[in-house]
Design a protein around this ligand. Structure first.
Ligand code: NAI
Length: 209
């Protein structure tokens, strides 16, 4: 294992990755930390510090090789591998995630979508048929599943999460409004609460008055 990198740095990496991807699309081959700083509205010293965590990648007087840096950050973030996702809860949010194509470009492929509502059974969302939750065990036994997205109400989220862990799923992308206490230390959870972001926005609206 490499040296431990702080979560704060890791949280900034997707933004670097996004900007570098745009630069690549524009045909930019190299960029200095100052130019990147101007684009990203982050100080050049922050950029140098962040990227030094990964052994640099920059060269004095040359700047950063955009493609190399993009690929290295991709590797660090595990984006050079495919991650298969199942979605649990095929309502508004679950179907919206399943319909969003750009996750695939990053290697996140939705391979299954589950619900308990029989009215949804068999409905196809971007090539995936909605399957009933009682078929989950069979499905996981027969497919490689890396991540489960929980887009179901919070009431049963903990039970479903524990069942997923027992089935060997190691990563949960949790949208249900509950803090999951999982049985297994090896399981990683990423909680996504859009309302947190909205509340922050609201704070900034109020503050700027
Ligand atoms: P929705 O009501 O449209 O969909 C929920 C779906 O989950 C329904 O199809 C329902 O049949 C299914 N479901 C219920 N119990 C289930 C179970 N035990 N196993 C599998 N499926 C089950 O709701 P919507 O708008 O899609 O939201 C889903 C959840 O995500 C809600 O809990 C909501 O609070 C949360 N949410 C979270 C957001 C976030 O930023 N974290 C943003 C929007 C919604």
């Amino acid at each position: 294992m490499g040296k431990e990198i702080s979560q704060a740095v890791i949280r900034r990496m997707p933004r670097y990755y996004r900007y570098l991807g745009e630069l690549l699309d524009e045909g930019v081959e190299r960029i200095s930390s100052n130019e990147l700083s101007a684009r990203m509205n982050v100080t050049a010293s922050q950029i140098r510090q962040d990227l030094n965590n990964f052994g640099g990648f920059g060269q004095q007087g040359y700047g950063y090789n955009v493609k190399y840096l993009y690929e290295e950050i991709g590797k660090i973030m595990g984006l050079n591998e495919q991650h298969n996702i199942i979605v649990i809860g095929a309502g508004n949010l679950g179907q919206a995630l399943a319909n969003y194509m750009k996750f695939e470009k990053l290697g996140f492929v939705i391979v299954g979508i589950f619900d308990i509502n029989p009215a949804l059974k068999g409905k196809v969302v971007r090539g995936n048929q909605i399957t009933m939750l009682d078929e989950l065990d069979d499905f996981v036994a027969n497919h490689k599943v890396d991540i489960a997205a929980l887009t179901m109400p919070k009431e049963n989220a903990a039970d479903v999460a524990n069942r997923l862990v027992q089935l060997g799923i190691k990563a949960i992308w949790n949208f249900a409004h509950v803090d999951l206490e999982l049985l297994d230390q090896d399981v990683v959870v990423e909680n996504v609460h859009l309302s947190d972001s909205l509340m922050q926005l609201s704070y900034n609206i109020v503050k700027s008055r």
